[in-house]
Design a protein around this ligand. Sequence first.
Ligand SMILES: [Zn+2]
Length: 168
Amino acid sequence: MGKVRRVDLSPDEWLVGAATLRPDERGCYITVCCLIYSYGGPIDDDDRDLAKLCNTTIEKWRRIRASLLARRKLFLRDGKLSNRRCETEIARAASRPPLEEWRQIRAVVFERDNYTCRYCGKRGGPLECDHVIPASVGGAATEENLVTACRPCNRAKGARTPEQWGVA
Ligand SMILES: [Zn+2]
């Protein structure tokens, strides 16, 4: 999961979801959700850090945290704080573009690279489109981050950058 810079916000859904929260709880809730988006996943359940980031005292934060957990606005995943809607949006942001769009991008990348694997120079054969910066760490499915790769090279590279793979 990578950093998420933009998310879809449904104002009505947000207002309904936060309707029963007190003002200080709302403030902490939206701050924690933004932190989860910014980090790209569940965040450390650190009272001191979170109180500071929410601009409140540790005592108040602990009370608000307990309330948000009890109301299931937040939940703990492996000891870290998370939120269901945030997790859904992060997964969506990390996923590939719609199939038709992906096919078009891929065709452009293959053509640009003259149907040649950028890693080993082999031309033709079953070709794949590799994310240079892996999608799993936030690499975008854009022409700038995509290259043509033969299947063996793509499999060998896996979810690593060319530097990590050692062919840069
Ligand atoms: Zn290759």
